[in-house]
Design a binder for this molecule. Structure first.
Ligand SMILES: [Fe+2]
Ligand SMILES: [Fe+2]
Length: 284
């Protein structure tokens, strides 16, 4: 597997797990993805194995300490998008869709459906946190389904069995339904597995409306927004805001197309939009 192929492999794989036509049932009666999992390519399986093995509460805390200082770079949104596009250089050409194209296709589909300007902007930037790869992070620490740490790993998380090798599984305090949390404590008090979602949320925290921040922070939290898990950690406000997360998800999953987007033609519209909410250089 080339250096960043896992980034796209994971997303391609999400489409197999959650096909747009939902007649294909990917979930077995026992609530697992058994059939889907047995048909998964070895490199995708390996990606999940590493993710589930190494995403511990301590790991996520360390990454937050490191990256939430925002001392990596100063970049505008466009510079960030161009920087992110370097990711495709060494990835598998067979499955490649430049990151910027996925982002523009997502944004354009949202725009096409007549949504608010901040919603369109969210489509444009939602994966910018993947620049963590260019800061030297492994793919399994950048993408993948996200999940809470410090409590049991839901058995509806894909490839749940790989959590057997996660050291947190052997910490009694982290292994109960609520773990270190209180019932209904709210997701803002929950440490999520580390990745592009959590990172970008913190970069954008002071700049975008709250629904946009939820979409960014929880768009890979498939165990919750698709599987309905971890309700016990949510409060009513989270549940309301997850309507937005669910509204966003189809644009992320089902707008990938081989049809090229004309970046130069679209740029003036997006320049205006960026200047409205996120002008100038931001700290990454
Ligand atoms: Fe993403
Ligand atoms: Fe995405």
């Amino acid at each position: 597997m080339s250096a960043h192929a896992g980034l796209e492999a994971w997303e391609e794989d999400l489409l197999k797990r959650y096909p747009e036509e939902q007649n294909e049932c990917t979930v077995s009666d026992d609530g697992t993805f058994r059939d889907y999992e047995s048909n998964t390519r070895p490199e995708v399986r390996e990606f999940y194995r590493l993710n589930h093995r190494y995403q511990t509460l301590e790991f996520a805390r360390q990454k937050k300490d490191k990256y939430l200082k925002f001392d990596q770079r100063r970049m505008t949104i466009w510079e960030g998008l161009e920087f992110l596009d370097q990711l495709i250089d060494d990835s598998d050409p067979d499955i490649h869709l430049p990151q910027i194209e996925h982002l523009l296709q997502t944004a354009e589909a949202i725009r096409h459906d007549g949504h608010s300007r901040w919603f369109i902007l969210t489509g444009l930037i939602h994966d910018l946190g993947k620049i963590l790869c260019l800061f030297g992070e492994e793919q399994w620490a950048v993408v993948g389904d996200t999940f809470p740490l410090g409590c049991r790993f839901s058995d509806k998380i894909v490839f749940h069995e790989f959590f057997q090798d996660n050291p947190d599984t052997n910490v009694a305090e982290y292994s109960t339904r609520l773990g270190i949390y209180e019932e209904g404590c709210g997701l803002n008090n929950v440490t999520m597995s580390w990745g592009h979602d959590e990172y970008l949320y913190h970069v954008m925290k002071d700049h975008l409306p709250e629904p946009a921040l939820y979409m960014i922070r929880y768009h890979s939290f498939y165990p919750a927004h698709r599987e309905g898990e971890y309700n016990e950690l949510m409060n009513d406000h989270d549940r309301q805001m997850f309507e937005w997360v669910r509204a966003f998800n189809p644009y992320d999953l089902y707008t990938k197309s081989e049809e090229r987007v004309d970046v130069e033609e679209l740029k003036p519209f997006y320049d205006d939009l960026i200047n409205e909410y996120l002008p100038g250089k931001l700290s990454w």
